[in-house]
Design a binder for this molecule. Structure first.
Ligand code: ATP
Length: 460
């Protein structure tokens, strides 16, 4: 049976992955708080991404830039002028919509690239209706800039600033510093993980479209004639990344942007789409940004943003390939992919999160069979022994079957139970989440057994 978004949302709340944000005040603008397990899952993803893409690849370095950058950044990047959505208000319901989404939902027509006046005409021609009031009584369609503005205490140039709508720009601003301080030669990349903010008109679908979210991005600098090769290489790496974190290949699709849908800076963009419960939607993006950003910042700042070949002294402006990974959409895709409801041979059902061990919030759960006779003490020794594998959770409350079910729902790959035999012969029961098969393993061999079976470090 197909998983619904409601099932995911409810499990997230029930099991501490994500709570509706500011809930005690009635909730706020599609905000969510990652609970303890969601936070662990997200951190595992980000740490793994950094390890695989920044630490373990040649010629990639990392930076950590500010959320509030010089406002001229966004003039140079083109965001002030063009980072707009098409907004329309219904005069009867007073509801606000993205005109392109309304039209696409009701007619299938794609209005990307059209002017607000043209979109207004399409709305009228196709009698687009307000989903709430049912009326066609609309304002004119107009542009709405999606950058969040914020006011600084200081006055003058830069008093009005923006929260960054993408992490990429800080990398371009530091291009010269990287070239001057690091021994990088083309091709090389600069990676960054951080928050980005977008004033989305209609946020929604849980963690999918948020006002604040996290991105993991790399700006990969290449010679112009090498961009196609680098683009293909990054497609391969993205594919491998999806496999490592455990997304089903058959739910992933590559979608090429048509020329008229390309962003103002891009000559080629391919999205990785994932089959979410609410449809096939963008998960990640891979864009060829040309030399647009470096040239724009060079022009606006008056600084030279160039590359000098150390062997030939040739001077050039590098071109850029940008793989962009959304953290929150990764978390949502992982939860949707991992979620399963199963009927067991005895007729009962269980919910299980088949998360890849590398991202699972809890790596191993350890249970004493009973809360007495020295079993808790022995179980605590096992916890200490297994800590090197990552988060190990001790749980002694309730029937053993209930404890297994709880960890099935959290996605814990393996549970270890300490029982009376453990005290006699030094073995424990190891229970696999997916097969529910149980085996007895000697305590002396336990850590190595689990490390080899579940926790082998992947590489790109
Ligand atoms: P969409 O068309 O869905 O709005 P986009 O094309 O604007 O997305 P990009 O500008 O390519 O998105 O951003 C790069 C990545 O950042 C996306 O692939 C996605 O994972 C993530 N992302 C973008 N906007 C949001 C958002 N509002 N909430 C959560 N993640 C987002």
């Amino acid at each position: 049976m197909k998983t619904t978004l409601d099932e995911i949302v409810s499990l997230c709340k029930r099991r501490g992955f994500a709570f509706p944000g500011s809930d005690i005040y009635g909730g706020f603008a599609n905000s969510y708080t990652y609970g303890p397990y969601g936070t662990a899952l997200k951190r595992n993803l980000k740490d793994l991404w950094w390890k695989l893409h920044v630490e373990q690849l040649d010629n990639i370095v990392g930076i950590d830039g500010d959320i509030i950058l010089h406002p001229r950044t966004w003039e140079a990047s083109g965001h002030t002028a063009t980072f707009n959505d098409l907004l329309v208000d219904n005069k009867d319901s007073k509801k606000r919509y993205r005109a392109d989404h309304l039209i696409e939902d009701q007619t299938g027509i794609d209005v990307e690239g059209m002017t607000p006046a043209e979109v207004t005409a399409v709305m009228a021609e196709h009698e687009i209706k307000c989903p709430v009031s049912g009326s066609t009584n609309w304002t004119e369609v107009r542009h709405f800039n999606m950058m969040f503005q914020t006011e600084m205490a200081k006055t003058g140039d830069g008093a009005m600033a923006y929260l960054r709508p993408e992490t990429a720009q800080a990398i371009f601003l530091e291009y010269k510093n990287i070239i001057d301080t690091m021994r990088v030669t083309l091709p090389f990349g600069v990676g960054q993980i951080g928050k980005a903010f977008r004033n989305e008109i209609t946020p929604g679908n849980f963690l999918f479209r948020r006002l604040e979210f996290e991105q993991m991005e790399i700006e990969y600098f290449v010679r112009e004639d090498a961009w196609e090769e680098a683009f293909a290489q990054w497609q391969g790496r993205i594919k491998r990344w999806c496999e490592i974190i455990g997304l089903s290949n058959e739910r992933l699709h590559w979608a090429e942007h048509a020329d008229e849908k390309l962003s103002h800076y891009s000559k080629r963009t391919v999205d990785v789409e994932y089959e979410f419960p609410f449809g096939k939607k963008e998960l990640y993006g891979l864009a060829y940004r040309t030399d647009y950003d470096l040239k724009q910042h060079a022009e606006h700042s008056g600084k030279k943003l160039i590359y000098r070949d150390p062997h030939t002294n040739e001077v050039l402006v590098p071109h850029v390939i940008e793989p962009s990974f959304g953290v929150d959409r990764s978390v949502l895709a992982l939860l949707c992919d991992a979620y399963a409801e199963e009927t067991l041979p005895d007729g009962s059902t269980r919910t299980v999160m088949r998360l890849a061990p590398v991202v699972a919030p809890v790596k191993v759960a350890v249970f004493p069979l009973m809360k007495k006779d020295g079993l808790p003490e022995k179980a605590h020794e096992v916890v200490a022994e297994l800590r090197a594998l990552g988060v190990v959770e001790y749980d002694q409350s309730g029937a053993i079957g209930k404890r297994y079910r709880r960890h099935d729902e959290i996605g814990t790959p393996v549970c270890v139970t300490v029982d009376y035999d453990t005290l006699e012969d030094g073995t424990v029961t190891v229970r696999d989440r997916d097969t529910m098969a149980q085996e007895r393993i000697a305590l002396g061999a336990l850590r190595e057994h689990l490390a080899g079976k579940y926790f082998v470090t992947p590489s790109l």
